[in-house]
Design a binder for this molecule. Structure first.
Ligand code: ZN
Length: 435
């Protein structure tokens, strides 16, 4: 079976980016929420055989309770002439997400407290929710709000908020060992691309690619509604958390910004060091931040009772781009090449996690004679010959049982693949043994 490192050498990034973006076009119009048909339909359409879990309303999950299921068929506001001035069918962001059902005729003044807009960005529709406080409302362009004339408005919200289920998706890819990598993405936002769909589609594509390669580690993909979904997953799968060795939350991963990594709460977990190593070799630059207790679902995985080694990888972080939580976070804002770039970096992180290990030099007194063993220029192209020799010297010297290959790569300031290749050559020559 192919190795991940070989797959990385043959990636067709433009094709992968186009593939993910095309799926985004398909999923974009769906009105997703933390429960209901929108998230269910989204998970069903993903190109991997996801197992869908349905957790009934009222189920206690850690300190929370699974809420009622929300579904919406239609919603609009009509003016006195019978014209739809706000129409849910035109954009899923028009409805205050989780709006309770409502029908009535209101004056403009009565309607206004239920309307949300962005005066600073008059052409963008905001994204607003009211999950845990029963309310109804509409979101609209500020320009359109200003154009509303005094008079009576007919309001229809054909939604339901009833006992039902919370849906989450899970896909498990077993490896040679039970040590797991957790990849978690929130899937509950309606027509928003960077915040939501970028992570969803990168995760689904990662799963499709990992199916094709030999895996030392097992991989668990979870697609959950934000906050309540990861809390539900943790509540129902606490026994599985003991196998999680590394984890990544992926979100806002398809915009033009440089990659940002938020460390796990542990701060120095292997995944934290692996991501930092991969990013250090990215020419476009990057930023690494310490853990903080808000953000996406890493805050649940890193709550003190679990404290899992789960970090979060983004491009521009949530809240730091003006398009965040507005209709401008759309199919133009997320570009195929940025999706592909994030995907490639995550695969590089996985390659480090797959290939890392600690070894013992079998000839530690003086340098072993490499030439006699045919190890000079034995592998790689001519261009890499010097790097490969240096990598062997680093691996031999620091393989005293105290340093992993990743730590040696950091000391040597060499990309992990050179260190891994050197270790393979030294293992084949009997100069190294795995601990
Ligand atoms: Zn969000």
């Amino acid at each position: 079976m192919t190795h991940l490192s070989d797959l990385l050498d043959t990636l067709d990034l433009p094709q992968l980016g186009a593939h993910m973006h095309a799926q985004m076009v398909d999923l974009y119009p769906i009105c997703r929420s933390i429960t209901g048909e929108g998230i269910r339909e989204t998970l069903r359409r993903l190109p991997i055989p996801l197992e869908l879990h349905e957790v009934p309303t009222g189920t206690p999950v850690l300190d929370w309770t699974v809420p009622k299921e929300w579904n919406i068929r239609d919603a609009y506001v009509k003016n006195a002439r019978g014209e739809k001035v706000i129409d849910f069918q035109a954009h899923s962001l028009h409805i205050l997400n989780y709006s309770i059902p409502f029908r009535g005729t209101l004056t403009l003044d009565e309607l206004k407290p239920h309307l949300f807009s962005l005066p600073d960005y008059p052409d963008w529709i905001p994204y607003r929710t009211s999950y845990y406080a029963p309310n109804w409302g509409f979101c609209l362009r500020h320009r359109d709000l200003l154009a509303l004339e005094p008079g009576d408005y007919e309001v229809v919200i054909d939604s339901t908020l009833e006992d039902g289920h919370l849906t989450y998706g899970e896909y498990f890819l077993p490896g040679e060992t039970s040590d797991e990598v957790l990849i978690s993405v929130h899937s509950c936002h309606p027509s928003l691309c960077n915040d939501n769909l970028s992570g969803v589609l990168i995760a689904a594509t990662l799963a499709q690619m990992l199916i094709q390669v030999a895996r030392r580690l097992s991989y668990r993909f979870v697609f959950v509604p934000g906050t309540i979904g990861s809390i539900t997953w943790l509540a129902q799968n606490e026994d599985k958390t003991k196998n999680i060795r590394h984890g990544l939350v992926l979100a806002t991963a398809g915009d033009a910004g440089v990659l940002h990594y938020k460390r796990s709460r542990r701060g120095d977990a292997e995944v934290d060091r692996a991501v930092a190593h991969v990013l250090r070799h990215v020419p476009a630059g990057f930023e690494i931040r310490e853990f903080f207790p808000y953000g996406y679902d890493e805050r649940q995985y890193c709550s003190p009772g679990f404290n899992l080694p789960v970090g979060s990888l983004s491009r521009t972080p949530f809240g730091e781009f003006p398009e965040y939580h507005t209709s401008a976070d759309n199919l133009e804002f997320v570009r195929p090449d940025f999706l592909a770039d994030t995907l490639e970096k995550v695969l590089r992180v996985f390659a480090v996690l797959e290939g890392n290990g600690t070894y013992l030099n079998q000839s530690p007194k003086g340098e072993p004679q490499l030439g006699r063993r045919g190890l000079y220029g034995a592998f790689g192209g001519k261009k890499d010959a010097k790097t490969n020799e240096m990598a062997m010297l680093w691996v031999l010297n620091y393989s005293d049982g105290n340093f992993s290959l990743l730590e040696i790569a950091e000391k040597a300031n060499l990309e992990f693949k050179y260190i891994r290749n050197a270790a393979d050559a030294l293992l084949a020559a009997g100069l190294l043994e795995k601990i």
